[in-house]
Design a protein around this ligand. Structure first.
Ligand code: TMP
Length: 213
């Protein structure tokens, strides 16, 4: 049950190079405009432990990471993040905007790494209990286009170095999740000019705020 005074949990998702950072800025501006107290955080990361795990996950100078170990590290970071940042803020009535959450695990580890949804679902239940995002914005882009954008940003991390087939599976998993949960997961076509994407994201969040009041 969502208590009246409880904050709302919003996540933003997508493949590489979809423009999450800019669109999180849009979300922030809309929340500020509506006078809604909020925190912005990210996964993997958001805590000291989570950021250390993020470094282990993204660095490219270590031995290859076993996919199951990668999955467990994502949830280890998440457990700490939930317990020390997300849950306390939501309980205090603060809204939380998280740059990626468990939909990314379904997409990247379940889909990209082909571990399957079942393994992710088990850990999701164990680590999160009933907690799920209230709104998830999925920025969708053709993987070739997204990777080209990511490459322009400079050095590629361990995920960005994956081949395009990996990202095709990531994208397909996001799309399938949006089909399964159309109310929560809203897809935005991020292949268009940024101003159009931002306008859609702003309209989505404004609509959500209106319905949450
Ligand atoms: P970022 O580049 O969006 O900050 O995310 C870091 C990388 O971590 C990105 O390539 C996606 C990946 N990731 C997963 O593979 N599984 C997860 O559960 C999360 C949260 C991120």
């Amino acid at each position: 049950m969502k208590g009246e005074g409880r904050g709302r949990f919003i996540t933003i998702e997508g493949g590489e190079g979809v423009g999450k950072t800019t669109n999180i800025e849009t979300l922030k501006q809309r929340l500020q405009h509506h006078g809604i107290k909020h925190g912005i955080t990210r996964e993997p990361g958001g805590t000291e432990l989570g950021e250390a795990i993020r470094d282990l996950l993204l660095r490219t100078d270590t031995t290859p990471l076993n996919s199951m170990a990668e999955l467990l590290l994502m949830f280890a970071a998440r457990a700490q993040h939930l317990a020390t940042v997300i849950e306390p803020q939501l309980a205090a009535g603060t809204w939380v905007v998280c740059d990626r959450f468990t939909d990314a695990t379904y997409a990247y580890q379940g889909g990209g790494r082909e571990l399957g949804a079942g393994a992710v679902a088990q850990l999701e239940q164990l680590v999160q209990g009933e907690l799920r995002p209230d709104l998830t914005i999925i920025l969708d882009i053709d993987p070739e286009q997204g990777l080209a954008r990511a490459r322009q940003r400079g050095e590629l991390d361990r995920f960005e170095q994956e081949h395009v087939e990996f990202f095709a599976r990531v994208r397909a998993t996001y799309q399938a999740r949006a089909q399964e949960e159309p109310e929560r997961c809203r897809i935005v076509d991020a292949g268009r000019p940024l101003a159009e994407v931002q306008a859609d994201v702003a309209a989505l969040i404004d609509g959500f705020i209106g319905s949450a009041k």
